[in-house]
Design a protein around this ligand. Structure first.
Ligand code: ADP
Ligand code: MG
Length: 257
């Protein structure tokens, strides 16, 4: 039973892998986007995924929380096999914070309300508790004074920080980020990266698709380079960004650095 599997994977169990992907394949019709991916993320680890546009980075992230259904392979999240047909995927997703390039805030709700709605509906927290947690998380991302603001009244960087605070309010065990700063004006990128750096320092498990090589260099425990639906190489930032072994990695880095 899926609920049993989920319970066994509660925090504090012996499974040290937050994410474990084996033989993952994904095709859209004829198009093979992921062609056999094997990798894992340990608890507390920060892994950055880099690679050219179209290499399958977003699809990989979306397969981890089953926004896309893998064509083949096994995906484990915190000890639960999300590719098990019987899995309670809502329950697994609740443990995963996801931050996208587009902030996806509700435009008709204030920052505070954006943070409380899922807490109340999904986690069944009462209003007072949800608001207390929301305010603490707005504080955490440096927006304690923006609780009453609507998304349109906030800069892109502030909206993205609200989106991060919203994910944090659900007490995620791990966070997935898909190019969280790509839609931002350059001067707004730093504040968002600073929040992410803080989370990493607090020990949050993070899988981050990014083109921010300085962030990957400073913050990642491991960098994964993808191209054409496969992992071409992975290792420490010093290895992959500093001394890439593969020509394809060097070509990519020459374009983004
Ligand atoms: P990346 O995030 O590395 O830019 P994606 O994972 O978004 O790459 O996309 C990889 C490939 O899969 C691209 O060729 C893209 O057009 C294709 N693709 C992604 N999502 C879909 C979909 N829902 N239907 C068909 N093709 C898709
Ligand atoms: Mg993408």
């Amino acid at each position: 039973m899926s609920c049993v599997t989920t319970d066994q994977a509660a925090p504090g169990t012996t499974d040290e892998k937050a994410i474990d992907v084996q033989g993952l394949r994904k095709a859209f019709g004829e198009l093979e986007v992921l062609r056999g991916i094997d990798f894992s993320v340990a608890r507390g680890e920060v892994v950055c995924v880099i690679g050219p546009s179209g290499s399958g980075k977003s699809t990989l992230l979306r397969c981890v929380n089953l926004l896309e259904e893998p064509s083949a392979g096994r995906v484990m999240v915190a000890g639960t096999e999300v590719t098990d047909p019987d899995v309670d995927i809502d329950r697994v997703r609740r443990r995963i914070g996801m931050v996208f390039q587009a902030f996806n805030l509700f435009p008709h709700l204030t920052a505070l309300e954006n943070l409380t709605i899922a807490q109340r509906r999904v986690l069944r927290r009462d209003r007072a508790e949800a608001e207390r947690i929301a305010r603490a998380n707005l504080e955490r991302v440096g927006l304690g004074d923006k609780a009453a603001a609507y998304p349109a009244q906030l800069s892109g960087g502030q909206q993205q920080r609200v989106a991060i605070a919203r994910a944090l309010s659900m007490d995620p065990e791990l966070m997935l980020f898909d190019e969280p700063t790509s839609a931002l004006d350059p001067e707004l990128v730093g504040d968002v990266l600073a929040v992410m750096r803080g989370l990493a320092q607090e020990g949050m498990t993070m899988l981050v698709v990014t083109h921010e090589m300085s962030f990957a260099r400073e913050v990642a425990d491991r960098v994964v380079f993808m191209d054409g639906g496969v992992i071409v190489e992975q290792g420490t930032p010093e290895q992959v960004v500093g001394a890439p072994r593969h020509e394809r990695t060097r070509t990519f880095l020459a374009r983004v650095l």
